[in-house]
Design a binder for this molecule. Structure first.
Ligand code: TZP
Ligand code: MG
Length: 236
């Protein structure tokens, strides 16, 4: 089942005033789903556990209705309470193997990685996918110290391509500053051959916050991004 997950247009939510404004998170996600996002991560760094569970349940209903997986950022306990498809953990959160022990083999578990070493460890611990970044500086996550750019992302992809079976197999998305104006250039640059060394592993999708959550028309915006992502040959 989880081998079939489509990572091509990965929505990461944001509940902050700067991006969501006074709009309702669940309604904005519903619009994004109708526009064609293929997987959703509920990311809310400030709400209390009760609120997280309540919103996650509503999001899960919306996602399930369209066969789209819902993951929870950071909080394995919330994913467990809601019974959604998985979690996304960063370097400061519960690690992938601990999350796996709690959520089980069918859960989708992703990890943020900024270096080859972090990628190696996350795959060794059983991550299904890696969120590689930060690609470009972004107002959405201001405190990030690891802006790795196209070159840093390609280094990790090249490492994975030459790695173990699990490293070759792990799914990847890039994150940070991706929008409709740069999606095609980014995927082109990430996938460009690099003779004489091994070509980088293809990414499987792009993870996006503000270009969807902050859009005036989240449905139109995600529909446009969906069309662009469908034109990327590797996103199959
Ligand atoms: N992790 C690395 S960058 C980032 C996260 C959650 C935020 C990306 O936001 P945006 O608005 O798509 O640049
Ligand atoms: Mg985290």
């Amino acid at each position: 089942m989880k081998d079939q997950v489509d990572y091509s247009l990965y929505l990461v939510t944001d509940s902050t005033e700067a991006i969501l404004g006074s709009r309702d998170l669940v309604e904005v996600v519903e619009l994004a789903l109708s526009g064609g996002v293929t997987i959703v991560q509920y990311r809310d760094k400030t709400s209390d556990t009760g609120h997280l569970i309540s919103v996650a349940k509503q999001l899960h209903e919306k996602c399930k209705a369209r066969g789209i997986p819902l993951l929870i950022n950071d909080r394995v306990d919330v994913a467990l309470a809601v019974g959604c498809e998985g979690v996304h953990v960063g370097q400061d959160d519960m690690n992938v193997s601990e999350a796996r022990q709690i959520l089980g083999k069918d859960a989708i578990i992703g990890a943020t990685v900024s270096s080859i070493e972090e990628a190696r460890v996350a795959v060794e611990r059983g991550a299904d996918y890696l969120g590689i970044g930060t690609l470009y500086a972004t107002n959405t996550k201001k405190n990030t110290k690891d802006i790795i750019g196209i070159n840093g992302t390609r280094k990790i992809l090249r490492y994975l391509e030459q790695g173990s079976e699990a490293e070759k197999k792990v799914k990847t998305v890039c994150i940070g500053g991706v929008n409709a104006s740069n999606l095609q250039r980014i995927t082109h640059q990430l996938h460009a051959p690099s003779s004489p060394s091994t070509p980088p592993k293809s990414i499987d999708g792009v993870a996006i916050v503000s270009a969807i959550m902050g859009a005036t028309d989240p449905k139109a915006s995600s529909a446009h991004l969906s069309k662009l992502s469908k034109s990327v040959p590797a996103f199959k």
